[in-house]
Design a protein around this ligand. Structure first.
Ligand code: DMJ
Length: 730
């Protein structure tokens, strides 16, 4: 299995090799799970699925989503607007469409047939509603295509299921594809982030088309669904558009680092946000390069993936951590927290055959779930909660499944069992499963996103199933980012559309993984318990018994040029003192005797950051605060969760908190002199996190006379549209 797959081999053969690598199972010394135990957990997963899907169909259908606390459907326009998350809701019975192929995987063929009938007869796609192009593509177009592939397969089996089916889902997919196409009408070829299903983008009735930016994943996660649609329908335009968008992202990569940023201007292709990681904003762009190669057999995608992957492993992956760096200056970390979306990455590394870092990062994530029950939306590099929400995301289950396939290590069955137990104990409610608002308090949110049914149950069920117990040969399919199933046979059974093959892949340096996926035996010869050996070093990352990190030193550059103070004085003013290290640079800590740094250049001090080893056994209890928007049209209905600062007035001791009108700082980052200091005086200032020191921003705003400050993650502004463009909001 260590052999290179030669480039003229058929695509299907390449896939078989990848699959075989995944299936390489080694004898293990760890106690394995008995067949009975596995099937008991499988039954439990089916019972949970019935509860979730049954509740959606009973209380919510035909609405897009279930509100599991109110036991009713979420209909867009009838519930308070939640910002960008609502752009998934297109009045097209989202959850049913997203769930269809899960019904087949779980062998619920009667329910699948009934579900398909309802979709065909009752769902309309011409609604006057503005939806996210990305979400509609992965959830609805992917859902329709996955279900069509299943329906077609069942019909051909002639066992009585789907005999009436005449490609109706494919016709719907094609209609939806045409409704998404207007989004690609930009000079760059990068799609608009939103489209009106009835009126497109630029028509006067569309209520969209003014956006100038989109996220990298939003533009780069179209190729699987659009290529499948082209190959199934014979209309090449979809694959051409998706390929063009990928070509632009590739052209725009930072040539020095081979990394991409998180947000890009759709008109001129300039990077709007230059932070680069593998989580929110970028994640499935990388995933789709790899999987486009698997599904379509075009080497160009693999070459691109490999180039990016080398950069990720050089700058972003610091096992077990996955950091975010600046794409132009990738030795600079841009934040000290990770987001939960990156939990898919070990699964992608398994596809690449890079098992060691996959095992390491997965183990780190497992430790975080042990400490906080679920993966919080964001957690710090010391594994504390940064943002406590958990919307029942499936990425950790996804990686667990892939690692089990690759290693056969029963440890991953144990991880799967813990996911099942936690969902039942902490998320199950009488009308389904509810998202967790804050893992620290366990409070619920009235939402059950469609991906919970599309992905979570598929991966969990597959984890506990033998191949022979499944109604399909799962190794013949590629999972889309929403876990919809597309057959690898698409690459050979249906010829690529005209113009849809790129010749002459760029030359990249070959390594062991360039065209092949080495097996565990190649990577860890004669070591059947390699996975355990790797994991053991990361067992006590969090909580009691945590061992000090083995290599906590990482070079960073502190940008100290924006505050008008001497660097040493500035660090001191923040309570940071410097300690000499043997190599002549300086270490930073919050105690110890201050010493002059050895050198400074261009206003940038080179220092080494030494992670402090906490002696606290338990996580410091942080009580989240509420930010309530009380002016019309919100009238107190919109409440956001916020983490309190570790300085300033203790708001929990103020009977009524702080009330005031809100003014956005100019510049929004508050990283240089405030242009609207007068306006900010006596008001609550809102500023973006990042770009410069937190304390420097706080000081600037305090000097302007604000009565409070809200710092907001750029991610939130982008994902949830929390800050209106007007400078005032009450
Ligand atoms: C899913 O809709 C997809 O997996 C997507 O790529 C990002 N994450 C959500 C689930 O967390």
């Amino acid at each position: 299995m260590g052999e290179r797959v030669v480039s003229d081999m058929g695509v299907f053969e390449k896939w078989v090799l990848l699959v075989s690598a995944l299936c390489t199972v080694c004898p293990l010394q760890v106690r394995s799970m008995s067949k009975e135990e596995k099937s008991k957990i499988r039954d439990q997963i089916v019972e949970m699925f019935d509860h979730a899907y049954g509740s959606y169909m009973k209380y919510a259908y035909p609405a897009d989503e279930l509100m599991p606390l109110s036991c009713r459907g979420r209909v867009r326009g009838l519930e308070p607007n939640r910002g960008d998350i609502d752009d998934s809701l297109g009045k097209f019975s989202l959850t049913l469409i997203d769930t269809l192929d899960t019904l087949v995987v779980l062998n619920k063929l009667e329910e699948f047939e009934a579900g398909v009938r309802r979709v065909v007869q009752e769902v309309r796609l011409d609604n006057d509603v503005v939806v996210s192009v990305f979400e509609t593509n992965i959830r609805v177009l992917g859902g329709l295509l996955g279900a069509h592939v299943m329906a077609d397969m069942l019909r051909k089996r002639a066992e009585g299921h789907m005999a009436w089916y005449r490609d109706e889902l494919l016709h719907m997919a094609r209609e939806l594809g045409h409704r998404l196409l207007p989004a690609f009408n930009t000079t760059s070829g990068l799609p608009y982030p939103r489209v009106n299903l009835r009126h497109g983008v630029l028509s006067p009735l569309s209520r969209t088309g003014t956006e100038s930016d989109t996220c990298t994943a939003c533009a780069g996660t179209m190729i699987l669904e659009f290529a499948a649609l082209s190959r199934l329908s014979g209309e090449s335009v979809f694959e051409e558009q998706a390929r063009r968008a990928l070509d632009v992202l590739w052209e725009k990569r930072q040539r020095g680092s081979d990394l991409v940023g998180t947000v890009i201007n759709i008109h001129n292709g300039d990077w709007v946000r230059r932070d680069s990681g593998v989580g929110a904003g970028i994640d499935s762009y990388y995933e789709y390069l790899m999987k486009a190669y698997i599904l379509l057999g075009d080497d160009v995608y693999l070459e691109r993936f490999n180039t990016h992957y080398a950069a990720i492993m050089k700058y972003i992956s610091q096992p077990p951590l996955l950091l975010s760096v600046h794409m132009h200056n990738p030795t600079v970390s841009v934040r000290s927290w990770m987001d939960s979306l990156l939990a898919f990455f070990p699964g992608l590394q398994v596809l690449r055959g890079d098992l060691k870092p996959a095992i390491e990062t997965h183990e780190m994530l497992y430790q975080v779930t042990k400490q906080h029950k679920f993966l919080p939306e964001a957690f710090t590099t010391e594994f504390r909660v940064h943002w406590g929400q958990h919307p029942l995301r499936p990425e950790f289950a996804e990686s667990t499944y892939f690692l089990y396939k690759a290693t056969g290590d029963p440890h991953y069955l144990g991880v799967g069992r813990s996911i099942v137990e936690k969902l039942n104990t902490h998320a199950r409610v009488p009308c389904g499963f509810a998202a967790v608002q804050d893992v620290r308090t366990g409070t619920h949110e009235d939402r059950m996103d469609s991906f919970f049914l599309a992905e979570m149950f598929k991966y969990l069920y597959l984890l506990f199933s033998e191949k022979s117990e499944l109604p399909i040969d799962i190794d013949h399919y590629v999972f889309t980012t929403e876990a919809h199933l597309l057959p690898v046979s698409l690459s050979t059974a249906l010829s690529p559309c005209r113009h849809n093959r790129t010749n002459g892949p760029p030359a990249v340096e070959d390594d062991l993984f360039t065209h092949s996926c080495p097996s565990a035996q190649t990577l860890f010869p004669n070591n059947p318990s390699f996975a355990k050996t790797i994991r053991d070093s990361y067992k006590y990352l969090t909580g009691a018994g945590a061992a000090p990190p083995s290599s906590p030193i990482r070079g960073i550059e502190l940008p100290l040029h924006d505050n008008g103070m001497e660097p040493m004085e500035f660090l001191k003013s923040m309570g940071i003192s410097l300690t000499p290290l043997s190599d002549g640079s300086v270490g930073v800590s919050s105690s110890g005797s201050p010493l002059e740094p050895s050198s400074s250049q261009n206003g940038v001090y080179r220092v080494k950051l030494i992670a402090e080893v906490t002696t606290e056994e338990e996580e410091e209890a942080v009580v989240p605060l509420a930010v309530q928007i009380i002016s019309p049209p919100f009238l107190g209905r919109t409440v956001l969760t916020a983490g309190p600062a570790k300085f300033g007035m203790d708001l929990t001791k103020q009977e009524h908190g702080v009330k005031g009108s809100v003014v956005r700082s100019v510049p929004f980052s508050a990283c240089s002199v405030l242009e609207n200091a007068v306006e900010l005086h006596g008001r609550v200032g809102v500023a973006l996190r990042g770009d410069c020191m937190f304390a420097a921003k706080a000081r600037r705003l305090q000097e302007a006379g604000v009565i409070g400050i809200i710092f907001i993650d750029p991610l939130q502004v982008q994902v949830q549209g929390l800050i209106p463009h007007r400078s005032h909001d009450h």
